[in-house]
Design a protein. Structure first.
Length: 389
């Protein structure tokens, strides 16, 4: 896939992006291999069931202890195996000036993420096997509904309970930027409770913004790295894109798709648990045995391999649609192009990804493609746009 990055970026900027990509590529490969190998090896051999059983024995045995403590043991193993790669990634981010975290903050973030993930996963595993054992013949239907409900609940809980554990948020101060953004919000007709600034500069130099919440709880969040490094027009261009997500109800649509995906995932898991050859491979004799949770993780990895490219394609679609909304709302393609350039340089974006990389990793269209989108819009509408570099 050949993106015409040379017309918008200097040779130094292009080479810097290539060098960063070369530096991070081995880490991405190692992370991918680890995330595939560990669940598949543990889930498709008796080793995983043995680990879960040993953890359950610590709690006195029984299906509850095996389900909960086995889940915790698997989470701990994952943390230990991932830690060298996490530290490697942190080192790379520091070397390229993207991370500002000290090792203390790195440890705190890791501990918080691990704690939240471990508790939620153990609760989900415990609930899953409780339904499997006591939910009757329709247990899978109840489990699918519960998974969908949890996906919806997570969209409400995340901005209120989880995000504040990692960042502090405060209203955007009064001034020209707030006035400009509030005027844009009013122009869009999108109900937004407030415009907040997060203290992302404690961790990174990258710039970003996003919309979270529903209805009266919806808020536009701008990283302080964004307000500090971009001018008022460029921040407004980013906000126009984020308002596009709210206007098109992308958060709601994403939540609905997430709920449907969670429910379908449970149905696939239920089918896997009733396939005797698969249970035999994992060293488990019946579906209700909580030692089979390692097999479930392996099946989820396979589901992810199959489903992720489709999810990424949909994400790129809605991001491109939000770009189109921003152009229609803001009507300043030159500013949007300037903003895309600034973000690409500041975040060290890949300026010429391969088609395979886009299909398997990209949640957004590549930056040069987004710039081309703005230029096509300008040509179609007749809005003037400055020539590239």
């Amino acid at each position: 896939m050949d993106y015409a990055a040379a017309q918008d970026f200097t040779p130094e900027q292009i080479e810097r992006a290539r060098a960063y990509k070369r530096d991070v590529r081995p880490l991405r490969l190692a992370s991918t291999l680890l995330s595939l190998a560990v669940p598949l090896v543990l889930g498709l051999t008796p080793a995983g069931a043995g680990l879960v059983e040993a953890a359950g024995d610590v709690g006195g045995g029984g299906w509850v202890a095996t389900a909960l403590l086995g889940s915790v043991a698997l989470s701990v193993l994952g943390l230990v195996l991932r830690m060298p790669l996490s530290m490697w990634g942190e080192t790379i981010s520091r070397r390229w000036g993207l991370s500002k975290r000290g090792w203390g903050l790195f440890a705190a973030d890791t501990a918080k993420g691990f704690g939240i993930g471990t508790v939620l996963t153990a609760a989900a595993v415990g609930g899953f096997y409780a339904l499997l054992r006591d939910g009757g013949g329709a247990w899978w239907a109840w489990a699918a509904l519960a998974a969908a409900a949890l996906a919806v609940l997570g969209s409400f809980v995340m901005p209120v309970l989880i995000e504040p554990l990692f960042n502090k948020f405060k209203p955007l101060p009064e001034g020209p930027l707030r006035e400009r953004l509030m005027a844009l919000v009013e122009q869009s007709g999108v109900p937004v409770k407030d415009i907040l600034v997060s203290d992302s500069s404690r961790r990174t130099t990258a710039a970003n913004a996003y919309v979270s919440g529903f209805g009266k709880t919806r808020r536009l969040v701008v990283w302080d790295t964004t307000t500090d490094s971009l001018d008022t027009d460029e921040v407004t261009a980013i906000a126009a894109h984020e308002l596009g997500h709210a206007a098109r109800r992308d958060v709601l649509v994403g939540t609905v798709f997430g709920a449907i995906g969670a429910a379908l995932g449970v149905l696939v898991l239920a089918a896997a648990l009733h396939w005797s050859p698969l249970l035999d491979t994992a060293g488990v004799h019946h579906a209700a045995d909580p030692r089979s949770q390692v097999l479930l993780r392996a099946v989820l990895v396979v589901i992810g391999l199959v489903g992720e490219p489709w999810g990424l394609a949909f994400s790129r679609y809605i991001e491109g649609r939000a770009d189109g909304y921003a152009l229609d709302l803001y009507r300043e393609p030159d500013t949007i192009v300037r903003m895309e350039r600034a973000l690409a340089v500041q975040n060290i974006a890949d300026l010429n990804p391969s088609r395979w990389e886009v299909l398997t990793r990209y949640t957004h269209p590549p930056i040069p493609e987004r710039i081309a989108h703005a230029r096509r819009w300008a040509a179609e509408t007749g809005v003037a746009i400055p020539k590239p570099l």
